[in-house]
Design a protein around this ligand. Structure first.
Ligand code: MIC
Ligand code: SF4
Length: 758
């Protein structure tokens, strides 16, 4: 299968040809009109007539049109794919090099350094892509989600991606779902993508944004309303006149950050803004094809007339009343109006001075975003202002970078002191060689990214990160302070005059069209068979995978608790990024970061616990290694929404590699729960959430009756106290028959191999 730099029109036409028939079947099956995402899902069901469709319950087989992977997750995904013994991937797939570029000086210099430092990994990804027929986007071409939006997304399509912000493509009406690498391997090897039929949350947008408010404020508001777990198991559909007033890239911002509420994905129905974006990115044929089936790329009229009948929950937001928001620190749902931040910061004792301001990330780096940010900078500079804090800008793609350079927007930002970084994730994922502060220095940063967990941007737990719109970031950078509201406050310029910032103005799309963005693409050769993929056994960055041992048929009896995590335990807490991104292709080495950020509920300290074999206090990765080498299985205990955040399956593979038997929590984030299942670790939840409090440091845990493990049946478990007493408790799980089979087999790699033999 030839993978090109764009989605071929034939693929799109194929999807649209099936659409009316599938929609008719869907209406019949459910005996009612359909929402937009139901239509797209129906159109991608593998066996439409044979599947039970029950929201939040039934598991269903879907056939996505595409797979996209970024360099930090593709390594593990492709190492697994390689064990399948196939010659080609079964669906069009691409690899995007964006996460491994470190921000140190400025874009070009940093890119050159990355090419040198990461050449082994880039060579590996490029040669695997060539061998198995994947498209390869070179470092510097842009952030995966921006490139996918520009090149591959199309209304009514469906894709999966090994990154939690894959839903970004919902801005172009695509059902795009973030998954772990093992899920991607299923699809790339021709198997279906299996997922629970989602619940549906409708967000009805009325009015239009004005002044300083931006699309980002919509999702910051939704995050406040739904919290970081409120979207779990649901697709969020945006509709209403407010939805149609937003550009495609503005819609993408909203869908992108839907990852922060745990949503399966977020999506907007097809409209003229999407057509404009498709045309501006040289995809007229797709725009025309979409136009012909436009009525099928929206919800049925009955849904818009009476949304409460069709959605599990409906949220109303009037864009006219939406103020600029800023969320954080430590969690993306901690929202307040910008106007309230100064007071809150003083009350909390947060520094009011800002140490760095950052514009960019996959969430906010479109042409429109940059025009709005640059407009503030342009006027500010004319009024004699420059940034009072470090300001850094990461363009989302080479296409955006080249276009904003041509249009003078980069110069506008540079005029107030901005440094332009490489087209990559950079400081969003800890790839930031920061030397102006050190651990313990409590400091505030503001950015237009999406996540703000501790240590995420610069590796420092003492950095307090706030997420907001690019417009607000630039305004705050110009003032240098958290208690500044550009709508009401003035700034003093270099002549000592009081001046006000102008309201940002943006351009949805470049009047002169986009510069080319395809320079970074390498198509696979017709026949990749002769290409050899080398993995040096002595490499510290890449390691071939061995399947984990199959389940031995025995219950888990009296296992030590490696960790009881207190509060938020995201995938960043379980498997940190930043400097550890270096080892994303080497399971043993990356296991050195296991739970380093997780807070020990018994001591309040991060990353350190008690080794039950020798009674000493050690880092969690060292204890896990000790248990592994001693052949001791263990459990981890977690609180609500355990595994929030990233799709990185390392957060599941590392525990599995180090002998974890089960993770028992109050609740899980979707992608991480699936990743645990895929790797053969039991993800269990307490039936009575208060059991969490009962587990002590020296207790042991048994998980019983595993031979009878079956869907919808509780699992018996027991706490063994050091004094010999026991407490029985019950766990729930969400595994279906197939997923129980993954557990028995010892994880996905065994299944991939068994399929090959079969
Ligand atoms: C993130 O934003 O956390 C990441 C880094 O993009 C991750 C993927 C990864 O850990 O490689 C994600 O969002 O899935
Ligand atoms: Fe990259 Fe940040 Fe987007 Fe993740 S959230 S894909 S690290 S830019």
């Amino acid at each position: 299968m030839a993978v090109a730099a764009n989605t071929p029109i034939d693929l799109v036409n194929g999807v649209y040809e099936r659409l009316p028939g599938r929609i008719a079947e869907g209406r019949q099956a459910l005996d009612r009109p359909l929402t937009f995402s139901e239509k797209v899902l129906f159109n991608h069901l593998r066996e439409p007539t044979e599947q039970r469709l029950e929201r939040g319950r039934s598991y269903n087989d879907l056939d996505p049109d595409r797979v996209a992977m970024q360099d930090a997750t593709a390594q593990m995904a492709l190492l697994q794919f390689m064990t399948a013994g196939l010659q080609q991937v079964a669906v069009p797939s691409t690899v995007h090099c964006d996460h491994l570029i470190q921000a140190r000086e400025e874009g070009h210099v940093d890119l050159m350094a990355a090419l040198e430092n990461n050449h082994e990994v880039y060579d590996f990804l490029e040669s695997v892509s060539a061998k198995y027929g994947l498209g390869f986007w070179k470092p510097g071409s842009g952030i995966i989600h921006q490139v996918v939006l520009e090149q591959y997304a199309f209304p009514g399509g469906m894709m999966i991606g090994t990154d939690s912000h894959t839903p970004n493509a919902g801005g172009l009406g695509m059902i795009a779902i973030g998954v772990g690498g093992a899920d991607a391997v299923d699809v790339m090897t021709g198997y279906a993508f299996n997922i629970r039929w989602p619940k549906l949350i409708g967000v009805h947008l009325t009015g239009e944004l004005d002044g300083w408010s931006a699309p980002k404020d919509i999702i910051l508001k939704v995050a406040e309303i739904l919290t970081v777990k409120g979207g779990t198991g649901a697709i969020v559909e945006y509709f209403g006149p407010g939805a149609e007033s937003l550009s495609a890239t503005g819609k993408a911002t909203i869908c992108n950050m839907g990852a922060e509420i745990g949503a399966t994905t977020s999506v907007f129905a097809y409209d003229t803004a999407m057509a404009r974006y498709l045309k501006a990115t040289n995809r007229e044929a797709i725009a025309d094809a979409a136009e012909r089936v436009a009525a099928d790329l929206r919800s049925d009229p009955e849904v818009y007339d009476d949304p409460d009948r069709f959605y599990d929950e409906v949220i109303e937001i009037d864009l006219r009343t939406l103020e600029p928001l800023i969320n954080g620190p430590h969690t993306p749902d901690r929202a307040r109006a910008l106007s309230q931040l100064g007071r809150e910061a003083s009350g909390e004792g947060w520094p009011l001075d800002i140490s760095a301001a950052l514009v960019g990330s996959c969430t906010n780096s479109s042409y429109e975003d940059i025009t709005r940010a640059a407009s503030i900078a342009r006027v500010a500079s004319a009024k004699g202002l420059t940034a009072r804090t470090k300001l850094m800008v990461t363009p989302g793609s080479e296409r955006v970078r080249a276009t904003i350079e041509r249009d003078g927007l980069l110069q506008d930002l540079e005029a107030i002191g901005a440094v332009v970084l490489a087209n990559a994730c950079g400081p969003c994922i800890g790839q930031w060689a920061r030397d102006d502060v050190k651990e313990g220095d409590v400091n505030v940063i503001v950015n237009s990214y999406n996540r703000n967990f501790p240590r995420r941007n610069d590796g420092l737990a003492s950095t307090l990160a706030f997420v907001t719109s690019p417009e607000t970031v630039v305004a705050l950078a110009l003032s240098g302070r958290l208690d500044f509201d550009p709508r009401t406050d003035a700034l003093t310029n270099d002549r000592g005059d009081e001046v006000r910032l102008d309201i940002p103005v943006g351009e949805e799309l470049p009047a002169e069209g986009f510069e080319s963005g395809e320079a970074g693409f390498i198509a696979p050769p017709e026949d990749g068979e002769r290409i050899t993929v080398k993995v040096d056994p002595a490499s510290d960055r890449l390691q071939l995978l061995d399947p984990f041992p199959a389940w031995d048929g025995q219950d888990f009896v009296e296992l030590p608790v490696l960790i009881k995590a207190k509060g938020k335990c995201t995938t960043d807490h379980i498997s940190a990024a930043g400097r550890w991104l270096r080892y994303r292709g080497h399971l043993e080495n990356i296991s050195g970061n296991l739970f380093l950020g997780a807070v020990n509920a018994f001591t309040g300290e991060a990353g350190i616990g008690k080794d039950q074999l020798d009674g000493t206090s050690k880092s969690f990765p060292d204890i896990a290694k000790h248990y592994h080498e001693a052949g001791v299985k263990w459990v981890a205990i977690g609180d609500e929404n355990y595994g929030e955040g990233s799709s990185r399956e390392h957060a599941a593979m590392e525990p599995r590699f180090r002998n974890a038997a089960a993770v028992i929590t109050r609740s899980f984030a979707r992608i991480h729960e699936t990743n645990l299942k895929k790797q053969g670790v039991l993800p269990l939840t307490f039936v009575d959430p208060s059991t969490y409090q009962q587990i002590d440091e020296d207790d042991r845990i048994s998980i019983l009756g595993l031979a009878e493990l079956s869907p919808d049946q509780p699992v018996a478990a027991r706490i063994h106290r050091p004094d010999g007493s026991t407490v029985d408790f019950q766990c729930a799980h969400t595994m279906n028959d197939e997923q129980i089979e993954w557990f028995r087999a010892g994880g996905a790699l065994n299944i991939i191999r068994a399929r090959q033999v079969g």
